[in-house]
Design a protein around this ligand. Structure first.
Ligand SMILES: NC(=O)C1=CN([C@@H]2O[C@H](COP(=O)(O)OP(=O)(O)OC[C@H]3O[C@@H](n4cnc5c(N)ncnc54)[C@H](OP(=O)(O)O)[C@@H]3O)[C@@H](O)[C@H]2O)C=CC1
Ligand SMILES: O=C1OC[C@@H](O)[C@H](O)[C@H]1O
Length: 381
């Protein structure tokens, strides 16, 4: 019996850097039951620039991609299934809200919103509009992370987690208007990178609702325009008795010697994540945003080597194609497929909503404790 392929049609808001990788990933030909095409894009820049941007991409929808210069027109125009929002973070809330109002399914880049309250509002709106909403926390859907979730019961109670995302993405050679240096565009390592490092805590503690931020500190970076949070340290406690701890660090300037373009290809000796549990320790190499293997040292008594030494295991689960942003796209497309042609008539759904709310809530608290403040207008829910 031949399986019917579902074609998920995408609308892109923002011809951003990450949209290039996303689009390239989506359109790699594949054998699965879901295929993706890009139907339209909306940009604040000119149609000519958008045409050029699209011309640099391969495997695009042969029927052509419609270009809009206002988001509203694209939302009204339709002809797509999901809108992918990759504008700077302070705009996510308003953009996702507008899309939901038009009863469109939404995949919104990380961090989904500036704070927990904004995401809770979006979740309520998505549920009542009968659409699917998802934060593009793509790391969660990678094969190695799925594997970690499977072996969590075997490694036993997690006692301590170290999680670090430090990538030198900010430097003085960048244009001052870059979203990485401009606080009005949401600049800061907590929102940009902490969201990933904290997601690993949530994974390691298996979504425990008892996890709370106990301490947070920031050493800011002077971008020449703004003081932005950079070297952040967040300590979290978890468990009914508080017997589990996580130490989370970020930086957008350390280590200073690595060039931005090579930032994610560095072979670092220190692991990015270390999960110490009753029966084993699991280490995840850099970069924690795109893990492809994990190292396990089993030290529970009934699993030791004959000479009493720890059993070491390396589990390799490479990303199967491209950069790996397509895994999350398949997840939301699968939900859209289940809903069939009815748009906004089914039950609304927030994929990974509890996870997003927990991590945003921790960032809210960590920001209060370490004095990371944005204009009220960016935070309004
Ligand atoms: N998942 C991942 O691995 C990554 C995720 N991200 C996330 O994606 C988002 C974008 O990051 P990045 O790609 O670096 O961003 P860029 O700065 O490259 O692009 C942002 C785009 O947003 C659009 N935009 C800017 N201002 C407005 C506005 N006022 N109204 C409408 N559109 C606007 C512009 O697109 P146009 O010119 O077409 O209008 C701009 O190019 C961030 O939230 C970031 O956290 C970023 C990197 C990696
Ligand atoms: O999502 C991201 O992943 C990689 C980082 O370099 C980038 O700043 C961030 O937005």
């Amino acid at each position: 019996m031949t399986e019917t392929k579902f074609t998920c049609r995408w609308a892109l808001l923002g011809l951003s850097n990450i949209a290039k990788t996303f689009l390239d990933d989506l359109t790699i030909p594949q054998d699965g039951t879901i295929q993706h095409i890009v139907s339209c894009v909306s940009t604040t820049s000119s149609k000519e620039k958008a045409q050029q941007w699209l011309a640099e991409r391969s495997n695009l929808n042969p029927g052509g991609v419609k270009i809009y210069t206002t988001f509203e027109e694209m939302l009204q125009g339709g002809g797509f299934d999901v809108v992918y929002i990759s504008t700077p973070h302070p705009l996510h809330y308003a953009h996702a809200k507008a899309a939901i109002k038009h009863r469109r399914h939404v995949l919104v880049e990380k961090p989904a919103t500036m704070n927990k309250a904004q995401f809770e509002t979006l979740s309520e709106l998505a549920k009542s509009a009968g659409v699917v909403l998802m934060e593009a926390m793509w790391t969660r859907y990678l094969p190695v992370v799925q594997y970690l979730q499977e072996i969590l019961p075997q490694i036993g109670k997690v006692k301590r987690v170290f999680s670090d995302l430090s990538v030198p993405i900010a430097d003085e050679d960048m244009p001052r208007s870059s979203r990485l240096l401009d606080k009005q565009a949401g600049a800061g390592a907590m929102l940009d990178m902490g969201v990933y490092a904290l997601t690993w805590v949530d994974l390691a503690f298996n979504g425990s609702p008892s996890t709370k931020v106990a301490f947070a500190q920031t050493i800011p970076y002077d971008s020449g325009k703004d003081l932005i949070d950079d070297i952040n340290t967040v300590v979290l406690n978890s468990g009914e008795d508080g017997g589990q701890v996580a130490i989370v660090t970020t930086s957008m300037t350390l280590p200073g010697s690595t060039k931005h373009s090579d930032k994610l290809a560095v072979d670092k000796v220190a692991p990015s994540v270390r999960i110490e549990a009753e029966n084993a320790q699991v280490s995840i190499p850099f970069p924690l945003i795109r893990p492809q293997e994990l190292h396990i040292e089993w030290y529970n008594k009934d699993r030791l080597n004959g000479d009493g030494s720890e059993v070491r295991e390396t589990v390799s689960k490479p990303v199967e194609r491209g950069w790996g942003l397509w895994y999350q796209a398949d997840v939301i497309a699968g939900e859209v497929q289940k809903r069939g042609a009815s748009r906004g008539q089914g039950t609304g759904l927030v994929i990974g909503g509890d996870e997003t709310v927990r991590v945003l809530g921790w960032m809210d608290t960590a920001r209060i404790l370490s004095g990371i403040v944005y204009d009220d207008a960016l935070e309004a829910a």
